[in-house]
Design a protein around this ligand. Structure first.
Ligand SMILES: C[S@@+](CC[C@H](N)C(=O)[O-])C[C@H]1O[C@@H](n2cnc3c(N)ncnc32)[C@H](O)[C@@H]1O
Length: 250
């Protein structure tokens, strides 16, 4: 399916805000000040806006889904930062080669139909000596477990390439440096989180629609996985979520 149509399903802003900490942490950790940054598959712009807040010289946020870019534009205006938003496929970005010192992608490049083509485009955009840095869900973290739980319901899903350092190295090349990190996600409850995803997350909405009356069974399994991954805390539910940060030096 066309990725713009796919990702325009639901309301990404609602769920994306639950896992926006890695993008903010990335922008804080990277030397963005005075640098040119391109954020691929920017979604509602959390990482791009954080880079602009950390005083990048310029920031471009690229995404294929217009409704998400619209939210990003409003959020950047509200934050008083200047970001150029580009509606484009991350494998074919309308920017000159060597446009950026840093090319980032938080949980974005992992959804490219052809990850090698997207990584090659990211490298094309990066100046010599610059870096491509992207985050992905770890196989042992919450979202890896969610994917594994849903895999029997979707036997034709592509094999992930981004859940372990070895997999990433086999696609991104031997120069890929991969580190493991984690953040804490707070949700109302395991059931509340799964139902929120079912209402607003494109992959879950589409997946649930595909499996039809098997969704209640899948939902019950997901609730069990989420419950086993975290703990109640002051009336809410906290989950440590593992992810990987990959750096490619160009
Ligand atoms: C899980 S979201 C991540 C969004 C954002 N980077 C974040 O951290 O919240 C995945 C994003 O990839 C975008 N995307 C998927 N395929 C794309 C493609 N071929 N080109 C550009 N963006 C794409 C979707 O529109 C969506 O915004």
């Amino acid at each position: 399916m066309d990725p713009a149509q796919f990702w325009s399903t639901g309301d990404y802003a609602v769920v994306g805000d639950l896992w926006s900490a890695p993008g903010r942490d990335l922008a804080a950790a990277l030397p963005v000040r005075g640098r040119d940054v391109v954020d691929l598959a920017t979604g509602t712009g959390a990482t791009a806006i954080a880079a602009a807040r950390h005083r990048a010289r310029s920031v471009a946020g690229v995404d294929v889904a217009p409704p998400l870019l619209e939210v990003a534009r409003h959020r950047a205006d509200a934050a008083g930062v200047d970001v150029t938003w580009l509606e484009a496929d991350m494998a074919s970005v309308p920017l000159p080669s060597e446009s950026a010192d840093l090319v980032t992608s938080t949980f974005g490049i992992i959804f490219a139909a052809d990850p090698r083509a997207a990584l090659s485009e990211a490298r094309r955009l990066t100046r010599p000596g610059g870096r491509v840095v992207f985050t992905s869900w770890s196989g042992t973290g919450l979202f890896g477990r969610i994917r594994q739980t849903l895999a029997p319901y979707f036997p034709d899903s592509p094999e992930p390439w981004h859940e372990t350092p070895e997999e990433i190295g086999s696609v991104a090349g031997p120069g890929a440096e991969v580190t493991e990190q984690a953040f804490t996600m707070t949700v109302a409850s395991p059931e509340g989180f799964v139902d929120l995803m079912h209402r607003h997350s494109a992959p879950i909405i589409r997946g649930a629609h595909t499996i039809g009356d098997r969704w209640p069974q899948a939902r019950a399994r997901l609730v069990d996985v989420v419950r086993a991954s975290g703990e109640e805390h002051r009336g809410a539910f906290r989950i440590p979520v593992g992810y990987l940060v990959t750096t490619l030096t160009v």
